[in-house]
Design a protein around this ligand. Sequence first.
Ligand code: AMP
Length: 193
Amino acid sequence: MLNIIIFGPPGAGKGTQSLKLMEKYNLVHLSTGNILRGEVASQTALGIQAKALMDKGILVSDDIVIGMIGDKISSNLHSRGFIYDGFPRTLPQAVALDKLMAQYNLTITVILSLEVEEEELFKRISKRGIDSGREDDRSYEVFQKRMEVYNLETKPLKEFYTRQGKLKTIIGFGGVENVFNMLCEEIYKVNVI
Ligand code: AMP
């Protein structure tokens, strides 16, 4: 079973590349951002609570997202595998994912880290804000907050996965297809599909 984490700052192309990888390798796409936006759209208690944080660029609690991921893994154990998009985002989330993997006798295949310069990230985010109407893509202040949260809480995970020998870095620039091909090459190297 493939367990691929797609990693990177907001606007790096994680969502776009996840969809392509999902199709090519027949994976279940686990995007905590999408799941949360679904809760917001359905106006569940969780959605209402999460929206206030998401609109400000602040992370929702670890327990909530860990619970979501646990549910999705346990209900898709017969799939070809998973692509984790936007999770893990904190050290406790990464530790919890390792525990879930152990619980189901699975292993993380690879972490694919998309590297994109900050100036380009904001360009992409503002474009997405116009196209998709995502509240958190609409202001520079919220973008800055998300970058601050990324640098403080999420980026240190690179160190965590480097120590596990699982981190691969990919330049997330130069066209969607080029980036996709580089991601597929890395998956091929670790998994020989
Ligand atoms: P994304 O679509 O991945 O950019 O996520 C949008 C927002 O959802 C984030 O800014 C957070 O508020 C929340 N979120 C998504 N994934 C996580 C996560 N793994 N941990 C905490 N909050 C998350």
